[in-house]
Design a protein. Structure first.
Length: 129
């Protein structure tokens, strides 16, 4: 009986939930490196519309992604914004959230929408150098 519980626990998936306007997005918790307070984001002239700007983080520049420019949702208010830092192919990406992100765990059998596949997202929206 105890082994069944342990095996079932291995089937759970934990996600980091962040909010933009009235929509919630999920990232697999294991890919979120950190969550930081947004003090100031600097605009990037000529960047795609979905790049809100650049955030300096420990000597490197991290693009801050505004999901409201990718999905048809209301313009968010980033007054107390948080930035979820994700590393993909040795590059950092930050996702802006209007509220403090939180963790949630689901059984693998539950269908969940709005999970961001980070590899696909990065390939589609990466800023080409």
């Amino acid at each position: 009986m105890n082994n069944e519980k342990q095996e079932g626990a291995n089937q759970d998936r934990t996600y980091c939930v962040f909010k933009v306007s009235d929509r919630e997005f999920l990232l697999p918790a294991e890919i979120v490196k950190e969550i930081v307070d947004v003090v100031r984001i600097f605009p990037i002239p000529g960047a795609p519309e979905y790049v809100y700007g650049a955030f300096p983080l420990r000597g490197s520049v991290t693009p801050a992604i505004d999901m409201s420019k990718i999905y048809p949702i209301e313009e968010p208010s980033y007054v107390n914004a948080k930035l979820l830092i994700v590393e993909v192919e040795k590059e950092n990406i930050g996702f802006l959230s209007e509220t403090t992100p939180y963790l949630v765990t689901f059984d693998v059998d539950i269908h969940i929408e709005d999970i961001i596949n980070i590899e696909e997202f990065f390939e589609k929206y990466r800023i080409k150098k």
